[in-house]
Design a protein around this ligand. Structure first.
Ligand code: NG1
Ligand code: MG
Length: 543
């Protein structure tokens, strides 16, 4: 299983480059990074952590409903060079101190030190120091992360957070993180749907693990790293599913990854037809996640979770009042999916049964329209609470206390239509990939991508005029299919193009999209490029 493999650690750069599965010239960028590190810190780095960005070929906004998705790592990445600062002789208070720099001049230096803070645990108990207390105070590592604005070092801190709380028990006085210097270099456009954020968090998690000698930890599989990185990214304020981190960590050259999250994380490499090339085009509209999370991404997470509860009740699926049930779980329980069943391709259920089971739930989505809804316009907060069968307090605690959302209208019906139909399209897409290479196969895959984009636009409201224009231009320029990739509201689209058409496709795209007209050279190749499925994260260790 791809998720159970260890994180690759290289000590020979040529081996590393050969395994990246890319055609880009990585050597130059790695060398420059090492030189820059030496200039700034007066010594060589000891490790370089690499984490790539990803494109999602199909399966948008369904990872947090725990349905399978089909992303792959791209060739572009985040590199983090780092070296510990003489730990043994350092002053006590300097333990764990980090100096972080970025080769991009727009990102300024950041220094931070983690603190140990008391954390009140939820359950009733009696601690030694405070007999009779209702809560237990445990110590946790803490770092201030400002989630109100987009700051580059927040992602570095998020990675550190998880390493500290998973690998350094705060109560253990011997467990001391080393002070360290780091230098980050990235060639992924940020806010563009290529998951530069997940790449930063995965890279930072790996860099802190490496510098602290925790990489060889026997439990550190790729799957475990994904879990830690998903938790870490939540600290930046986005309640994402696990797709980006899984793609950044587990991807393999030459294939897209069929990733499922239920009943547990699993990743199966799936080959695209050999003639299929993926082309990324950036709309150059930047979606500012930190700002838009409240009224875009997190709101969609809430609408999707609440819809699942309401449909579960309607369908007579058992659930308790404290459970944030997902659509995938509702589908499974309705089909009486047996827990512990051998994990098949669809997670816990055989794929043909999974399709039928999803269709059963999809047939019932009209129920989410509520009393007053016309044309999918949504339900009010009051009506949503009533449909959920919970008291207002219980509802707020379960669905609104952990997330900041701003809305008074919730489009449960249209969100459900997107999520369930998109889950079916992913299964269909991966089935068609098994048929090998033919013109019909490429056309069928392209059609599914077009349908996915339409559903993102019409039902999930996560496209924007520029992405609609760009995907339409891509279809006219010879793509079999084109769709937004990643969260949307800006950022990139991905198009499926036949290998021998790529050159003419790129030219037509450049000429047809207003914002590309003045771009040349590196600026153009950052915004419009063909890419190959490539390797997931790794670490280089200087010996
Ligand atoms: P991007 O494009 O990285 O913002 C986000 C989520 C994914 C997934 C997609 C939509 C994060 C870190 N990632 O991706 O988990 O839900 O949107 O499919 O927020
Ligand atoms: Mg992101």
């Amino acid at each position: 299983m791809a998720a159970e493999l260890p994180i690759p650690i290289y000590t020979n750069l040529n081996d590393l480059y050969a395994n990246l599965g890319t055609t880009l010239n990585h050597a130059e960028r790695w060398n420059t990074l090492v030189e820059e590190f030496e200039k700034r810190y007066g010594r060589k780095p000891e490790y370089i952590a690499r984490a790539p960005g990803r494109i999602n070929v199909i399966g948008e906004h369904i990872d947090y409903a725990l349905f399978g998705v089909l992303p792959t790592a791209v060739e572009r990445d985040i590199l983090i060079a780092c070296a510990p600062r003489s730990p043994a002789k350092d002053k006590e208070e300097a333990y764990g101190e980090v100096v972080a720099n970025n080769t991009h001049p727009k990102y300024t230096e950041s220094q931070f030190v983690p603190e140990k803070k008391a954390h009140s645990s939820m359950f009733k108990g009696i601690s030694d120091s405070e007999p009779g207390e209702d809560v237990v105070h445990v110590e946790q590592w803490h770092l201030d992360i400002d989630t109100s604005q987009l700051r580059w070092e927040s992602y570095i801190k998020a990675g550190y957070y998880g390493v500290l709380n998973n690998f350094f028990a705060p109560a253990d006085t011997d467990a001391k993180p080393v002070p360290m210097d780091m230098l980050v270099s990235g060639n992924l456009p940020s806010g563009s749907g290529l998951s530069s954020s997940a790449a930063m968090v995965v890279g930072s998690t790996l860099a802190f693990l490496a510098a602290n000698g925790k990489l060889e930890d026997a439990n550190l599989t790729k799957g475990r790293l994904v879990e830690i990185a998903v938790e870490n990214e939540k600290r930046v304020g986005v309640n994402s599913g696990g797709m980006d981190q899984a793609a950044s960590v587990i991807s393999q050259p030459g294939s897209v990854l069929y990733i499922t999250f239920y009943p547990k994380l699993s990743a199966t490499p799936t080959s695209l037809p050999p003639r299929a090339v993926l082309v990324v085009a950036n709309s150059l509209v930047v979606a500012d996640k930190a700002v838009s999370a409240k009224w875009c991404y997190n709101l969609r997470v809430v609408e999707t979770l609440v819809g699942a509860r309401i449909l579960a009740r309607h369908l007579g699926v058992k659930l308790d009042d404290k459970e944030k049930v997902t659509y995938r779980e509702v589908v499974g329980r309705l089909a009486e999916e047996k827990k512990g069943e051998e994990a098949g391709k669809g997670g816990g259920m055989e794929e043909s049964r999974l399709k039928e089971a999803i269709q059963l739930v999809l047939n019932e989505v009209d129920h989410l329209k509520g009393r007053d809804e016309k044309d999918g316009e949504g339900v009010s907060m009051e009506e949503m609470i009533e449909l959920s069968g919970l008291t207002a307090d219980a509802f707020n605690e379960l669905y609104l206390s952990w997330v900041e959302v701003e809305a008074d209208n919730f489009k449960l019906y249209r969100r459900a239509k997107h999520v369930l139909s998109e889950a079916l399209r992913v299964l269909e897409f991966s089935d068609i990939c098994q048929k090998g290479e033919s013109e019909t196969v490429l056309q069928e895959l392209g059609t599914l991508m077009n349908e996915s984009h339409k559903s993102c636009n019409d039902e999930f409201d996560c496209s924007c005029p520029e992405l609609n224009e760009l995907t339409e231009l891509a279809r006219q320029s010879g793509a079999y299919g084109s769709r937004l990739t990643g969260a949307g509201w800006g950022g990139c689209c991905v198009s499926l193009v036949a290998e021998d058409e790529v050159e003419s496709f790129l030219q037509k795209m450049k000429a047809g999209y207003g914002r590309f007209k003045d771009l040349e050279g590196e600026a153009l190749s950052e915004a419009l490029f063909a890419t190959r499925p490539s390797s997931g994260a790794c670490v280089f260790k200087y010996t």
